[in-house]
Ligand binder design. Structure first.
Ligand code: FMN
Length: 306
């Protein structure tokens, strides 16, 4: 039985990837999780320069979910390359770097810095963060801007470019196709949904930034639906993300058409969740009499969407 998958020419030993922003830069977890069992890790988002992020509170719990406005706090791409990346080299897992920018030029510049760095398996382009005043989600909700930024980043690297889609749009397939047309190798689906939680006593937002991004099981049916739509609308692989906590959750995305999945909010509950998910996916494949995980991908028994 094999759980290996290939995405954009990248062979992953299994389909489980730690989602950006919920797993630090990977090394923070090295004493708690055997990083070598992961198919891959997506780093926290990186800009050219270090960033302080949003004022606290940055995280609040909501029913079956988490609302966050971290604001892409980060060490900057140069510091990541020189101080963190070498420490990740000893782990047998694919390192994907989540690339951010205030402008198209910054996205391309961050990508160029990574181009010469050893140990980067691919780029995940974050055009979907709802918690920053410039850039971020603004690119991912507009097909022309999506096309422009993907095209420039495509020119800046030979590595796989995975574009992370925003769910905060009317029709996610329009953005997905724009990214594909501009040269994306794969799509991550989805980033967080824009939300607002209010403290009724103070009548102020519960997050320091005001609005935030909703994640966790609360968003899973939306994420599965969007993954299903995007997988049908494009020819490139899709990585499903949103509220995955157990094997059945991951399998929903794979059956909907995702070639791999990312796990985010569940890391805050148990960063060792990967072991049990892998075990239970294997048991599922055995029960189904399937030898390769890839046979499950896109196997939804449901009429195709027009
Ligand atoms: C605290 C927090 C920080 C995040 N930071 C990033 C980030 O830096 N870049 C990014 O592309 N997505 C970021 N995300 C979005 C996640 O990678 C993921 O797309 C989203 O949380 C949905 O998956 P989940 O329900 O499994 O958490 C963040 C999510 C959370 C909860």
């Amino acid at each position: 039985m094999t759980l290996a998958v290939t995405i954009a020419g990248l062979r992953l030993k299994n389909p489980l990837i730690a989602a950006s922003g919920t797993f630090g830069y990977g090394i923070e977890l090295e004493n708690f999780v055997d990083l070598g069992i992961l198919g891959g890790i997506v780093t926290k988002g990186l800009f050219l320069k270090p960033r302080a992020g949003c004022p606290p509170p940055r995280i609040v719990e909501t029913p079956s979910g988490l609302l966050n406005a971290i604001g892409l706090q980060g060490v900057g791409v140069a510091s990541f390359v020189h101080e963190i990346l070498p420490r990740l080299a000893r782990f047998d897992t694919a390192i994907l770097v989540n690339v951010c920018g205030d402008t198209v030029d910054e996205y391309a510049a961050v990508t160029r810095v990574l181009e010469d760095a050893p140990g980067v398996a691919g780029i995940e382009l974050n055009i979907s963060c709802p918690n920053v005043k410039q850039g971020g989600m603004a690119f991912g909700v507009d097909p022309l801007l999506t096309h422009a930024v993907v095209k420039e980043v495509r020119k800046a690297t030979r590595r796989p470019v995975i574009v992370k889609l925003s769910p905060n749009v009317t029709d996610i397939t329009v953005i997905a196709r724009a990214a594909e047309d501009a040269g994306a190798d794969a799509l991550s689906c989805i980033n967080t949904l824009l939300g607002l939680a209010i403290d009724v006593e103070t009548r102020r937002p519960r997050l320091g930034f005001g609005t935030g991004g909703l994640s966790g099981p609360a968003i899973r049916p939306i994420a599965v639906r969007m993954t299903w739509q995007v997988a049908q609308a494009t020819r490139i692989p899709v990585i499903g993300i949103g509220g995955i906590c157990c094997a059945a959750d991951a399998l929903e995305f794979l059956i909907a058409g995702a070639s791999a999945v990312q796990i985010g909010t569940a890391n805050f509950v148990d960063p060792n969740v990967y072991q049990s998910i892998l075990r239970d996916i294997e048991r599922y494949l055995q029960r189904q009499g399937v030898a390769r995980l890839t046979e499950i991908v896109g196997s939804l028994r449901y009429p195709r969407q027009q």
